[in-house]
Each structure stands twice: as C-alpha cells, then as structure tokens.
Design a protein. Structure first.
Length: 347
C-alpha cells in the first residue's frame, strides 16, 4: 500500500466563494450541471418545472456533511459530486424508478474555492447524465461563522414509468433474498484511507465513487420484487429494515455471500489479510456501496445482476422480525466480527 497524493488544490483567495459571490457561483455551477431531459424549466427561476410522464413523483433527500461523509483530502471535488448524486439516485432506483432530476442545497464557508464547487457540479452531472437527468435548481448559503465544513443537501426526483413502487413492506414468507451491486468495497476503501494509504486503488475508488446498480432497481420491479431498499447503511441494517417493515424473518446464507461477493484474491481479501480482519465484516456491515437488496417470490427468475443470498420466513409465535445469518441473530454475528450491524446516525 502506498501513501496518497494530496487532493486539495492550492487555495486562491481571489476565487473564493466570498469574492465570487452567490450569483457568480450559481452561474458557474449551472454551467457545469447539464440539462435534464424532462425539465421544462431548469435553474434560474424561482422553481424548476419537471415533467412527470407517470403522473407520480418519486422523491428522496440525503445530506452529506464534510468530515462525516467525505473528506477533501481523501476525495477530489468530482468524487464528492459523484458520491452526493449516487446516494440519492440509488434510493430512486430502490423504488423501481428512473431518476429525472436533482435539487441541491449548499452551505459552505466564504473561503471555499469556487473552482472546487464547479468540479463538484461536474461530478454530479456525470453521475446523472446516463439517465438524462441533471441538477435543475437548489440554494446556496454561507455556513455558520464557526463552521469550516461544506454541507450538501441533495434531493432526487424519479419517474416510475408505469410501475408500482417497490416498498420495504412487501416481503413474504417463502420469498428469496437477493442483492445487486457490490458489498463491502466502500468500507474496505475507507479502512485503507483511515490508515493513510490509497491502494488497492479499486477499493479506495469504490469509497470515493460508489457505483450503484441503477438499472437493477427497475428490472427488479418489472420481475415482481416484493420489497427492496438501498444498502447505504450496510446489508444487515438495511435487510433489517425490510424484515421490520414486512414483519418477517430474513435469514442470510454466509456461503452464498462469500461465493457472490468475496473473491479470495480480490481487494477485500487482500486488505483484510493485511489488517488482520475478516472481509465478511465489510460485506455484512459496510455501507455506502449503495447495492440494492430485495425479496422476490421463489418462483421468479431473477433479473441479470441479482444474486440470491437468503430466504424469508414467518416470525414464530412470540418472536420478533429481524435478520439472521445461518440462523444466528444479526446482532450476535456483528459482535463476533467486532462490528455494529451497520451505520447509525448520532451513534
């Protein structure tokens, strides 16, 4: 493993947000933001106007705080833009919808380089362009005088294209549990960065720029998925949301997870061996890969890209819904791995 190169550009006082001003910054950011195919009115008016062919709008919001969700010495501005967009676009996909637009709220210190924020906008635009989506509006504000952190609040809009939304509450006994996307890579990359290194680059890149399986969400809806969510907080935690909302037990198969998500010579195995850990801890509890976890009727043929990892059963009399791994409760599995069951805000 090698030491990373610095990612923060040399500050230019003449190019700070405080000098450029709110409207100067907005003009520069809008120039980088692309055009949303379904926007009749984009940035510049009091509000955007986005067409809704389905007649319903899927909407979600995520807040990214510097120092908690990203660090400018670990990630480039483009990386931050990609990550901010992906966190929201994955939630839209998890409903079975296709993203159409983003709205962005920004709070930052007056000394923040305007060029850095332009590059954040470029990263968002690149993440959105595959859908014909783009940033269509938002707001900017100076952060509190005693704060040096950049805060991004991103709202994503999506279109169901005639599908029924796939909720967290529809899993049924007899369903199978499946995952699309990668598990554990972002957490592995974070572990590397925390130790002052930047290789294996594949793991570090996965933390800087997650790659959600966007198309897998609508495909799952079309195939008859009964429940689904994004794994932003980790597989155990987010499968737990499906179990709780559906009032079922979800049992994950460790062997299936290892076969599907742990290459014995891949980055997770390499880093875990170097650090003396178990890569399964990242697969089960690592968040921010933005994979999708869903349940399907047993008779359904899973769409391409989905891997079966478990089953759904009824809660026994007197029991409670939850997640198990090979029959062992998730909390105990996480404790044995030296982890919590997933990310907890304010924890």
């Amino acid at each position: 493993m090698t030491r990373p190169r610095p990612l923060i550009p040399r500050p230019d006082a003449a190019d700070s947000v405080g000098v450029v001003g709110e409207f100067g910054l907005i003009a520069r950011v809008v120039a980088r933001s692309g055009t949303a195919a379904l926007a009749d009115v984009g940035p510049g008016d009091d509000a955007a106007v986005v067409r809704t062919p389905d007649g319903r709008v899927v909407a979600c919001t995520d807040v990214l705080v510097e120092g908690r969700h990203f660090r400018r010495d670990w990630s480039s501005a483009e990386d931050v833009g990609h990550k901010a967009a992906a966190a929201n676009l994955a939630d839209v996909a998890a409903m079975g919808a296709v993203p159409t637009a983003l709205l962005v709220g920004l709070a930052c210190p007056a000394g923040t380089p305007a060029a850095w924020l332009e590059d954040v906008a470029s990263g968002m635009a690149e993440e959105c362009e595959r859908f014909g989506a783009a940033v269509v509006g938002g707001d900017t504000s100076a952060s509190a005088p005693d704060s040096s952190a950049v805060v991004l609040s991103v709202t994503a809009l999506g279109d169901l294209q005639g599908r029924s939304p796939v909720l967290r509450s529809g899993a049924r006994p007899g369903d199978v549990v499946a995952v699309a996307g990668r598990l554990g890579w972002s957490a592995c990359g974070l572990a590397v960065l925390r130790r002052g290194f930047h290789s294996p680059i594949a793991a570090v890149s996965a933390h800087r720029r997650p790659t959600p399986p966007y198309a897998a969400g609508p495909a799952a809806a079309d195939a008859g998925a009964t429940s689904m969510c994004d794994t932003s907080d980790g597989l155990l935690a987010d499968a737990g949301h499906l179990a709780a909302d559906s009032d079922v037990l979800i049992d994950l198969d460790r062997a299936a997870l290892a076969a599907g998500f742990l290459d014995p010579v891949g980055p997770l195995a390499q880093v875990a061996a170097a650090l003396g850990g178990d890569p399964m801890a990242w697969v089960l509890t690592g968040g921010e890969d933005h994979a999708l976890v869903a349940t399907f009727p047993d008779e359904v043929e899973l769409p391409a890209g989905w891997t079966t990892i478990g089953t759904v059963s009824a809660v026994p009399a007197g029991g409670e819904p939850g997640v198990r791994v090979d029959g062992v409760p998730a909390v105990r599995v996480a404790e044995d791995l030296g982890e919590g069951t997933g990310h907890v805000h304010f924890g």
